[in-house]
Design a protein around this ligand. Structure first.
Ligand code: URA
Length: 181
């Protein structure tokens, strides 16, 4: 675990703990307010994030930004990170060994930001943080409280790009988050 963001950045800069290091252009650590009350956790960088070194800057990110804006949540009032910090090839799901290699970084981020609320975007984030017993279809939209943190699992914004009908659920879940902010 890392005691500060500076330590985390130093510790991660040459990371080769898993095979995702082989094809990355940038390590995508996280962005936003390091003292945020609300943290969003996605899956892993896509092509745009890998190119720019920032999470959720591609199509899925733009959709998420629209929802945040519509709810009056500023992107720089939250902290955003991913389960894995390097892009999985062809945007496949990160494999369990890749998730496990990267979890210390995410845990350190949670410890340093100390959010009251964590929004888990999709199954990969939900299972990495709360365990394999959870699934997004059953758990989305329902607050889960653990060790003083309130978790809101919801659909990954990329899922909304594939299926527009999920947008209303995503919106309602984020509305629930906004209520507590
Ligand atoms: N999808 C994610 O899970 N994270 C990103 O940063 C971008 C797309």
């Amino acid at each position: 675990m890392f005691e500060s963001f500076e330590e985390l950045e130093k510790g991660i800069e040459n990371c080769n703990k898993c095979k995702l290091c082989n094809n990355r252009n940038n390590i995508v650590i996280g962005c936003g307010n390091r003292e945020a009350k609300v943290m969003f956790i996605g899956e892993g960088p896509g092509a745009d994030e890998d190119a720019q070194g920032e999470p959720f800057v591609g199509k899925a990110g733009k959709l998420m930004n629209q929802a945040l804006k519509g709810l009056g949540i500023e992107r720089d009032e939250i902290y955003i990170a991913n389960v894995v910090k390097c892009r999985p090839p062809m945007n496949r799901n990160p494999e369990p060994d890749e998730v496990n290699s990267c979890l210390d970084y995410l845990r350190s981020q949670v410890m340093l930001v100390k959010p009251e609320i964590i929004v888990l975007l999709g199954n990969v984030a939900l299972k990495a943080i709360l365990g394999n017993d959870y699934s997004i279809t059953k758990s989305r939209g329902i607050w889960i409280e653990k060790k003083g943190i309130r978790y809101m699992p919801t659909f990954h914004p990329a899922a909304l790009l594939r299926n527009e009908q999920l947008k209303i659920n995503f919106w309602n879940d984020l509305k629930e988050v906004k209520k507590y902010m």
